[in-house]
Design a protein around this ligand. Structure first.
Ligand SMILES: Cc1cc2nc3c(=O)[nH]c(=O)nc-3n(C[C@H](O)[C@H](O)[C@H](O)COP(=O)(O)O)c2cc1C
Ligand code: SF4
Length: 621
């Protein structure tokens, strides 16, 4: 392996040469050129064919390559299509017809299919300059604090709205090129690092797992991570724990998936370990598209090595030899942080061939391109494979037929990051973190009408009221809490007496909702809940992949009724109609989106009947 400098020559053509002198190394360290470690046999006539470390973000060299050269560069890499689309999109600022034709030809995909896939993703622009045009978050929380004004003020620059961009603990985010700008007005937009999770307010007896070391200075670097016990868990596992023992430990901890579905992690790992077929794959689901969820971003921004270590543990437990982090497009800074961490881990022999002296584990980062449905695991796997990102029919499940139809673990960021701590401190310790019978902790992304929004790690079974009022400072002065959402938006609303709940699935499910990925948005008593519900249903209608008719049409029909544009003017009929549409969606939708979306309208009618009645009356007029 040799380190090379790649850049542009005086004639603007790509150049590549060996980094041999001290000044070359200095240039590499300064990030002036892309430092690429490549096996010598891949260097053909000064051109790069296939790099050993291939970054998800285009290098200077890549920006100067032709379509064909980009395709050739990625052709033999795993999951190449997204990478090629991004490389060309980043180079040109949009995807031209010619580019789509070249890619279709290069990968032998029918042009019509590729066109369908490209246009499915929100962030792949087909208009010159499209990548640089500002995209303003108009998620539920940003709408409360002036996002629409920012959108209007940036119209002259070609602004468009985008669904929740996962910065609900900050003023409104605006995605522009590869930067997220944050501001309360269009004039005050500035790039700022994402907020560090606030520590819990010193309540005795509440220990953290996921955030235990996240506030340690330098934790995002390999050195800082190691200082607070980083990579000890995988080292211990490799030297002392057989894969089966790791699985038993994770099962005994009662860790369950933190991405929404709550499937027991140990059971998932065991299924992949037992499944025939190689290579096996670990996918870290970092798509985090659920409105009101921003915990995975905080974890990755401040503790990226913990994500890598969690994936290494999953690989050891299951025998997987390759992994992907599937990262949502709206987190460009996170991409850089993850890539830096991965570079450090590779250099230190923690990831790659014979890493840590024993296992082979290649790890790749792939960027999504803007589609909420790509967080659903089947859709994510199709997206990685370069297919149209529809959810897959289940069974079979990814544990036996995942990436490239081979056994695959798909785990959420928070789930994976919990595992090194469990290996280090034991299953009993983790189980004991919960309240009473409940095991472990959950990161809650709390936002909306509270004084201190942020990511709070709470024991499972913790009181929602204590979280909102004592930890997060309660609603603004003089206001009271009217409603909260659960599971981001997917769990619909809770209101009235049902705000007195504990944060665990049995309690929340008894109210007809679920905790899911842990996004909770708070709405005070000044908010129009029909308008909030309309925005929520509009989101689901926008994000429905369209594979099944009841979800595709049902989300539209309920949106129209919540907008006051359609439906009967009689309250009883209106309620029956909306309930009916929702019931069909719940019974017949192929994935969680279509099943969950009606919880928004059902819970609106359940808790806010008088607001619905006013709304329907106004339709009649
Ligand atoms: C519409 C939809 C969107 C989803 N989005 C995400 C997501 O952004 N991140 C995530 O980890 N899981 C998401 N999931 C859940 C995944 O399908 C899957 O259950 C999860 O990644 C498994 O990891 P876990 O067991 O660690 O939770 C989504 C599910 C649905 C139905
Ligand atoms: S339920 Fe909706 S989002 Fe899910 S597969 Fe069907 S159409 Fe697509």
């Amino acid at each position: 392996m040799i380190e090379f400098l790649a850049g542009k020559s005086a004639h603007n053509s790509p150049t590549i040469r060996r980094a041999s002198t001290a000044s070359d190394v200095a240039l590499l360290q300064k990030g002036r050129y892309c430092g690429i470690i490549i096996p010598t046999n891949t260097l053909i006539e000064g051109r790069l064919r296939n790099a050993d470390v291939v970054t998800a973000k285009p290098t200077e060299l890549e920006l100067a390559l032709t379509n064909q050269e980009i395709i050739d560069r990625w052709r033999h890499e795993p999951a190449p299509l997204l990478a090629v689309l991004h490389a060309i999109h980043d180079r040109d600022g949009f995807l031209s017809d010619e580019a789509i034709q070249d890619i279709a030809k290069g990968f032998r995909i029918p042009v019509a299919d590729l066109f369908g896939t490209v246009t499915f993703y929100h962030h792949l622009s087909r208009i010159p300059g499209g990548k640089e045009a500002p995209r303003v978050c108009t998620g539920p929380v940003c709408c409360l604090r002036g996002a629409n004004e920012i959108l209007d003020n940036l119209r002259k620059d070609g602004s468009t709205p985008m669904p929740c961009a996962g910065r609900c603990d900050d003023p409104t985010p605006v995605l522009k090129g590869d930067q997220v700008l944050i501001g309360e007005t269009a004039k005050s937009l500035v790039a700022t690092p994402s907020p560090l999770p606030p520590s819990n307010p010193g309540v005795a007896g509440f220990e953290e797992c996921v955030f235990a070391s996240i506030r340690e200075p330098g934790r995002a670097t390999l050195e800082g991570y190691r200082k607070s016990g980083g990579y000890e868990a995988i080292e211990t596992a490799l030297s002392e724990l057989e894969p089966d023992k790791v699985i038993t430990l994770i099962s005994e901890s009662k860790l369950a998936g933190r991405g929404g579905a709550g499937f027991p992690t140990g059971t998932k790992w065991k299924a992949v370990s037992d499944a025939p077929g190689t290579p096996k794959t670990i996918v870290c689901n970092a798509d985090e598209g659920e409105p009101g969820c921003f915990k995975d971003r905080a974890i990755m921004d401040y503790d990226p090595h913990a994500v890598i270590e969690g994936m290494l543990l999953a690989a050891h437990a299951t025998g997987a030899t390759r992994g992907f982090v599937y990262l949502r497009y709206e987190y460009p800074e996170t991409l850089e942080i993850l890539e830096r961490a991965l570079g450090e881990a590779k250099k230190a022999g923690l990831v790659g061939k014979s890493c840590l002296g024993t296992q082979d584990f290649e790890l790749y980062i792939r960027r999504g391109a803007g589609a909420y449905i790509c967080g659903e695991e089947g859709s994510l796997l199709n997206s990685l494979e370069g297919k149209h990102p529809f959810p897959r029919n289940r069974p079979p499940y990814p544990v036996t037929h995942g990436f490239e139809d081979l056994p695959t673990v798909v785990n959420n960021v928070e789930t994976l990051v919990s595992t090194p701590q469990i290996v280090r401190r034991g299953a009993d310790w983790y189980r004991g973190l919960g309240v009473g019978e409940h095991a472990g902790t959950k990161v809650i992304s709390l936002s909306g009408d509270v004084q201190r929004p942020g990511n709070y790690e709470v024991p499972i079974g913790f009181s929602l009221q204590t979280l909102i009022h004592d930890w997060a400072g309660g609603p603004p002065e003089g206001r009271s809490v009217q409603a909260v959402t659960m599971a981001g938006l997917s769990g619909g609303f809770l209101g009235g007496e049902d705000l007195d709940i504990t944060l665990d699935e049995p309690c929340i499910r008894s109210k007809g909702s679920f905790l899911g990925a842990g996004g909770i948005m708070v709405f005070d008593d000044s908010r129009d809940m029909v308008a909030v519900a309309h925005g929520a249903m509009e989101f689901f209608a926008h994000e429905s992949c369209g594979k099944c008719f009841p979800c595709r049409i049902g989300t539209q029909r309920i949106t129209e009724r919540l907008a006051g544009e359609a439906g009967p003017g009689d309250l009883t009929q209106w309620t029956e109609e909306v309930t009916d549409i929702g019931a069909v969606m719940k019974a017949t939708s192929a994935c969680g989106l279509g099943v969950a979306a009606p919880l928004v309208s059902d819970s609106l009618m359940k808790y806010f009947g008088s607001q619905v009645a006013r709304h329907v009356k106004s339709v009649k007029k």
